[in-house]
Ligand binder design. Structure first.
Ligand SMILES: Nc1ncnc2c1ncn2[C@@H]1O[C@H](COP(=O)(O)OP(=O)(O)OP(=O)(O)O)[C@@H](O)[C@H]1O
Length: 212
């Protein structure tokens, strides 16, 4: 039997060139849904990116199932996925090419589940459009459809409900609630609005020691 995913953050420091965000942060995250809260600029996105391996700690460690995000970077990143909703870096791709590129990088993504999510989000027909031509909500749906088709042990989703239409919010809530009930993966999401699905844990960066 697989171990439940556990994220262990030990003595984490992180500094941008002009701003220190964390110093001496210690946290453990278990399976289910963690709602990451905090005022603007507290470091929610930065923490998600650190947890996704997109940023490296200045000091300390982040471990997922015992794998270190810095020293076991490739293995760690195979188990985690950061879904940020930012404009895609690869702006010459069509939506279908964007998906194919990601499918080639994450070989264990479930194509049938991906197609189901694309249908449910009503974006199955946008494949020929350049990713730069997608609306904020369409790009977010594309990214979420892919992220939710991964067997990721740690899924990081930044403000997933921003920019989604009412139907899509319902679809996403249902999928997240199912993942939470299954309890086999760890989902961390940020949202400034109250959630309509019950989180397993609420983590407030405004009161968390180690957040500068
Ligand atoms: N590339 C960067 N260089 C310098 N400072 C940065 C950079 N990115 C973010 N910051 C700063 O780090 C701090 C944390 O930013 P972050 O985006 O993680 O906050 P947040 O809690 O997600 O905010 P919001 O709720 O507004 O999305 C902020 O003070 C921000 O200005």
């Amino acid at each position: 039997m697989e171990l439940n995913p556990a994220v262990d953050i030990k003595d984490l420091a992180f500094h941008f060139a002009t701003r220190s965000v964390f110093y001496g942060l210690n946290l453990q995250l278990g399976p289910g849904l963690t709602w990451l809260r905090g005022r603007n600029g507290r470091g929610k996105t930065t923490l998600l990116k650190l947890l996704g391996g997109a940023l490296a700690p200045s000091r300390g460690h982040i471990r997922l199932d015992g794998l270190d995000s810095a020293t076991d970077a490739l293995a760690y990143r195979r188990l985690s996925f950061y879904c940020g909703g930012e404009a895609p870096a690869l702006d010459w791709l069509t939506a279908r090419e964007w998906l194919e590129l990601h499918l080639a990088l994450y070989l264990d993504a479930d194509r049938a589940v991906l197609d189901r999510h694309l249908d449910a989000f009503h974006v199955a027909d946008i494949g020929a459009q350049p990713v730069t031509g997608l609306s904020l909500g369409q790009y977010k749906k594309l990214q979420l459809a892919f992220a939710l088709a991964l067997p990721a042990r740690l899924l990081l989703v930044d403000e997933p409900f921003n920019g989604l239409d009412v139907d899509a919010v319902g679809v996403l809530e249902e999928v997240l609630a199912r993942r939470t009930r299954a309890g086999t993966s760890c989902t961390v999401l940020t949202s400034h609005l109250d959630l309509r699905i019950a989180p397993t844990v609420t983590l407030d960066l405004d009161t968390q020691p180690g957040v500068l």
